[in-house]
Design a binder for this molecule. Structure first.
Ligand SMILES: *Cc1c(COP(=O)(O)O)cnc(C)c1O
Length: 365
């Protein structure tokens, strides 16, 4: 983007002049690039997803002329069936980033502060600022093992958001800890962002029926290989879904287009494919962790489709730069506490082997 002068900025809303937007992992166009920086799935979506999109085009001349179903009912039904919850417990949005934005607006704009960890999904501080909550956000440090300190979440608050497994640490929190947080906060909404839950953590969806203050958020972007589709969802009791609907219908009535509805339905209906791909990623992760550990890397215990790792003898930023020079992109966060770590997305076995070989032969040799 070209530099905007303050003279030109006089047209901007004053609060927008101050916003510090989220910086997504880069999507560079380099040949023979190995992209292990944005936690995308290395496998394609189910073939049934592709067929469903083609069917929308072929079977319906009205595919693009007519608005889609504003409630995306077919999609909600497919999610409800796969998650074993009533359809009234489902909310869908244009990626879980949008669902999270609606969650912040619907529940967190309160007098009391919202709580989340110091090391977590970097979109939360962006939304805190976007919704005017920066001064009303309490950032709670993870412990030295990068674990959530459950007792910290037993103080007065206007809402809590926890990523599980956490990002970028990859560490999962047990359901009993989550229940402890839910029970300690009967008057505020507790959001569990489960973007990576399918890669080995326990989902809190089963707790939704028991807790009237729980919202669980998931996405099709990682475990369902549909990052390009933009479909995310939340599961909660109907009185919370109703608030999300009020926000959604005050912002964009048609967030999910006809192709996205059809494709995501097909994905949720092909559970066998989903489970097979997820298991492959988990198996590849375990292999990669073993190899890196043998090379001297410390790898945090991962329940996600990425790992968080550090090498005592090498600066993480330099390692990332050297990998990049070899066409391999990983994520380095130049932030306090984690600037000596790399977040590496799990690829196919072949891709992971290229990473290991490059480290061994070209960088650490
Ligand atoms: C990827 C990610 C999301 C966003 O997912 P989309 O559905 O692609 O918007 C939300 N939360 C966390 C923790 C993520 O890593």
């Amino acid at each position: 983007m070209s530099k905007i002068t303050s003279e030109q900025m006089r047209f901007w809303s004053p609060e927008v002049r101050e916003l510090q937007p989220y910086v997504p992992g880069e999507q560079p166009k380099i040949q023979n690039l190995l992209k292990l920086n944005t936690n995308e799935n290395p496998y394609p979506p189910s073939p049934k997803v592709v067929a469903a999109v083609q069917a929308v085009l072929e079977n319906s001349a009205d595919a693009l002329r007519l608005y889609p179903d504003p409630d995306a009912t077919a999609l909600k039904q497919a999610i409800a069936k796969q998650q074993h919850v009533p359809v009234e417990h489902v909310f869908v949005g244009n990626g879980s980033d949008e669902v999270l934005a609606h969650i912040f607006k619907a529940f967190f704009v309160q007098e009391k502060p919202i709580l989340y960890p110091d090391i977590t999904y970097s979109f939360y501080p962006v939304y805190s600022q976007f919704f005017g909550l920066s001064a009303n956000t309490k950032i709670l440090p993870l412990n030295n093992d990068f674990e959530i300190v459950v007792d910290d979440y037993k103080q007065p608050n206007g809402g809590i958001i926890i990523t599980n497994p956490n990002a970028p640490t990859s560490i999962a929190l047990g359901l009993s800890a989550i229940e402890e947080v839910l029970q300690a906060n009967p008057d505020s909404v507790v959001v569990i962002d489960e973007a990576y839950v399918d890669f080995g953590a326990q989902s809190a969806v089963d707790l939704v029926e028991k807790y009237d203050n729980l919202v669980v958020c998931q996405t099709t972007s990682k475990s369902r290989s549909l990052a390009g589709l933009r479909v995310g969802f939340a599961i909660a009791q109907p009185h919370l879904i109703a608030a999300l609907d009020v926000v959604k219908n005050s912002f964009n009535s048609f967030p999910i287009d006809r192709f996205a509805i059809a494709a995501a339905v097909a994905s949720f209906e092909d559970q066998a494919y989903f489970e097979a791909q997820t298991q492959k990623v988990i198996a590849s992760r375990e292999k990669l962790v073993a190899q890196l550990t043998e090379m001297g890397f410390k790898v945090l215990p991962s329940s996600a489709n990425f790992i968080f790792t550090t090498l005592a003898t090498h600066d993480a930023g330099e390692l990332a730069a050297k990998l990049r020079a070899q066409g391999i992109i990983v994520r380095h966060f130049n932030k306090p506490r984690i600037n000596q770590y790399l977040r590496i997305t799990i690829g196919t076995d072949e891709q992971n082997q290229r990473l290991v070989n490059t480290l061994k032969n070209d960088i650490l040799a």
